[in-house]
Design a protein around this ligand. Structure first.
Ligand SMILES: Nc1ncnc2c1ncn2[C@@H]1O[C@H](COP(=O)(O)OP(=O)(O)OP(=O)(O)O)[C@@H](O)[C@H]1O
Ligand SMILES: [Mg+2]
Length: 236
């Protein structure tokens, strides 16, 4: 039987910023393993290191010390190009402000990561249609972002994250710009994608949002002070 490889394996992670004589310890010794199929919330006060953790595990930033393995591959010593390729292959990112191109249809937004992956033509269209179907927006694929609600725009961004069939979705405050109804809509979607096997790591300030995940990491002062398994909140 083949061994199950962690999606993320962080060991002794440090990220220190030097500002004059001051040291900001954005991460101060983080050890965590995230396995395929987990739905993990990352909570903690502002400045506790949540985004730094996500950026380092997502190969967008490098640690001052310690190691990260992403899908079994050690990020240390990889070239920028190799990191970018690994990132595109393994991770889909979702952000608070959706980051959609404004004068571009939903399907064209979803297609962007495929362009970087060198996939075009009918294959690309088919993959985009599948991703938009997965977020229940097949009917709206020709709409521009300003013709969609906030929740629909975030679902387009989630389709864009899904289209390359990543191992992991990293979402930094994905519901931070949404009202309570669309927040639940997006969280239900994450739960469904997770039930279908997608690994999700979601940063949030909001304990009600974190309750939809099955595990919660609590950050404080650059460390994980609590790592709790929880039963997922049933969507209303
Ligand atoms: N480029 C930088 N230069 C200096 N300090 C930084 C830099 N980026 C982050 N920091 C500091 O590192 C610490 C952790 O920041 P981080 O963005 O990870 O926090 P966070 O938990 O995501 O906060 P928030 O909830 O406000 O998004 C903070 O004290 C922040 O000021
Ligand atoms: Mg942050």
């Amino acid at each position: 039987m083949s061994e199950i490889i962690p999606v993320i394996e962080a060991r002794g992670l440090y990220r220190h910023y030097y500002q004059g004589s001051q040291v900001v310890k954005a991460l101060d010794g983080v050890d965590v393993t995230i396995m395929p199929g987990e739905f993990v919330a990352v909570m903690g006060p502002s400045g506790s290191g949540k985004s730094t953790f996500m950026n380092i595990c997502g190969a967008l930033d490098q640690p001052s010390g310690g190691s990260v393995k992403l899908d079994g591959r050690d990020l240390a010593g990889m070239s920028r190009d190799d990191l970018a390729d690994l990132r595109n292959e393994v991770i889909g990112f979702v952000f608070q402000q959706f980051n959609l191109l404004p004068r571009t249809s939903a399907i064209a937004n979803v297609m962007l990561p495929l362009r970087y992956a060198g996939i075009s033509g009918p294959d690309a269209v088919a993959l985009c249609e599948r991703a938009l179907t997965a977020v229940d927006l097949y009917q709206r694929m020709d709409h521009h972002p300003n013709e969609l609600s906030g929740g629909q725009q975030q679902r387009v961004a989630i389709a864009r994250a899904l289209v390359t069939n990543p191992k992991l979705i990293f979402a930094d405050e994905p519901t931070g710009a949404l009202d309570s109804v669309t927040t639940v809509e997006v969280l239900k979607l994450f739960q469904r994608l997770n039930a279908e096997g997608m690994t999700i790591v979601m940063v949030t300030h909001d304990a009600d949002v974190a309750a939809y995940a099955s595990r919660c990491l609590h950050f404080k002062d650059g460390r994980i002070i609590d790592d709790v398994r929880q039963s997922e909140r049933a969507a209303q």
